[in-house]
Design a protein around this ligand. Structure first.
Ligand SMILES: Cc1cc2nc3c(=O)[nH]c(=O)nc-3n(C[C@H](O)[C@H](O)[C@H](O)COP(=O)(O)O)c2cc1C
Ligand SMILES: CCCCCCC(=O)C(=O)O
Length: 400
């Protein structure tokens, strides 16, 4: 990282943001944001998998101008990048999700707001203004509460519902256990009512975690307050019928986040979703699964080979593929596009930007991603994201 004479912060890559964010965050917050599940093999693999993919540059192709504009669900994004949902952003900065929303709007990319936001979804919508925003949904055992969240997201102008399907139970994040992670008293899960739901319940979990009593959640040393909350509140009985139900109660496009196999990608298409989001939740759920970028080619191939199944649901003409996990370089985005992604999401880098500089920090992170992507495109001989093709990359098992 470049350090000026007065010790100022001059990040030159996304890892520099992470290093500085670590210095600024509490141990608990940094542990929650950065960690993966169990031995964190998948967390590391998300990065390493990108390093195994080689680029195949073409030359003499006029790259004096590079076009990154991308169409997403009938809207426009200024690059094929979106902000992934991450919970509890006020742990990173007092302005939390509103700062992220303003930054995403400024840069012209979509933001996905987490159900587990520390700012009410309506307030985030107001900050986002005309910015494109999606609402990430967790389905609660209290179905009525889930329906209310969807109705509120529709009323507040969110343009899609992103249903996360890889949290039937909370992954085992050992940093949260070691740090006795709790939400600080001044923060709440702001999409919920103190009386009836979330904030109150997480407070219960917080006290139980602190005094080791187990409290209402029966916490032991092997459970964190977060896992106690998730395991007692989220609906672990979701099936593919849940997608049909969701589509029956909202006219918004439905995206399914957490797809990792061709089999599930095909099922998602049968159930009429608008996009699948290939993701292993940033290595935070099942440790030992492949990186999303590794499974992307087989998912793309299965969708291309198998015809769209007939069903009584309205089918999108083409189901889009979004991907996330370990994206830290512009060239990672180029690799993902070449392997079949329509959009690429970033999670932790946005949190690091938020911790380093609030709204401006997130703008800087997204702008750095844009600059790196533009340069990678030029050096690879590609002047338009729409023209990125499979020929641009070589996988380890393919001949040179
Ligand atoms: C701190 C943190 C909180 C997250 N919260 C959510 C969430 O509330 N909902 C969700 O669907 N995914 C959540 N995720 C997963 C991200 O949406 C995304 O899949 C992941 O972070 C991508 O990997 P990356 O961080 O390497 O970019 C969270 C990830 C992190 C790091
Ligand atoms: C208060 C519960 C936090 C739920 C999980 C948010 C998430 O998806 C993640 O941390 O990962």
């Amino acid at each position: 990282m470049a350090v000026s004479a007065n010790g100022g912060f001059h990040p030159i890559n996304l890892d520099d943001y992470e290093a500085t964010a670590k210095e600024r965050l509490t141990t608990q917050a940094h542990g929650y944001f950065s960690s993966g599940a169990n031995d964190q093999w998948t967390l590391r693999e998300n990065r390493e998998a990108f390093n195994r993919i080689r680029l195949r540059p073409r030359v003499l192709n006029d790259v004096s101008k590079v076009n990154l504009n991308t169409s997403i669900l009938g809207h426009t994004s200024t690059m094929p990048v979106l902000v992934a949902p991450t919970g509890m952003q006020k742990l990173a900065h007092p302005e939390g999700e509103t700062a992220t929303a303003r930054a995403a709007r400024e840069v012209g990319v979509p933001m996905t707001l987490s159900t587990m936001s520390t700012t009410p979804l309506e307030e985030v919508a107001e900050s986002s203004g005309k910015g494109l925003r999606f609402f990430q949904l967790y389905v609660f055992q209290q179905r009525e509460l889930t329906v209310q969240l969807i109705k509120r997201a529709e009323a507040a102008g969110y343009s899609a519902i992103v249903l996360t399907v890889d949290v039937p139970a909370m992954g085992r994040r050992e940093a949260d256990l070691r740090n006795h992670f709790t939400l600080p008293p001044h923060l709440t899960l702001a999409n919920f009512d103190e009386e009836t739901h979330g904030a109150t319940r997480l407070c219960g979990a917080r006290e139980a975690a602190r005094d080791g009593s187990g409290g209402d959640f029966g916490l032991a040393d092997t459970k964190s307050a977060l896992s106690a909350y998730v395991n007692s509140m989220y609906d672990g009985s979701l099936t593919w019928k849940t997608i049909d139900w969701l589509k029956s109660i909202t006219a918004l496009p439905v995206i399914v986040k957490g797809i990792m196999t061709p089999e599930d990608a095909l099922l998602a298409r049968e159930h009429g979703v608008s996009a699948i989001w290939v993701s292993n939740h940033g290595g935070r759920q099942l440790d030992g699964v492949d990186a999303p970028i590794t499974v992307l080619p087989s998912i793309k191939q299965a969708l291309a080979e198998k015809p769209v199944m007939e069903s009584h649901f309205r089918m999108p003409t083409r189901m889009a593929i979004w991907v996330d996990g370990g994206v830290r370089r512009g060239s990672d985005i180029l690799k993902a596009l070449a392997l079949g992604a329509d959009m690429v999401a970033v999670g932790r880098p946005v949190l690091w930007g938020l911790a380093c500089g609030g709204q401006q920090g997130v703008v800087d992170v997204l702008s750095m991603i844009r600059e790196e992507l533009t340069l990678a495109m030029k050096l690879a001989g590609c002047n338009d994201v729409k023209k990125v093709s499979r020929q641009l990359v070589r996988l380890a098992h393919e001949p040179v």
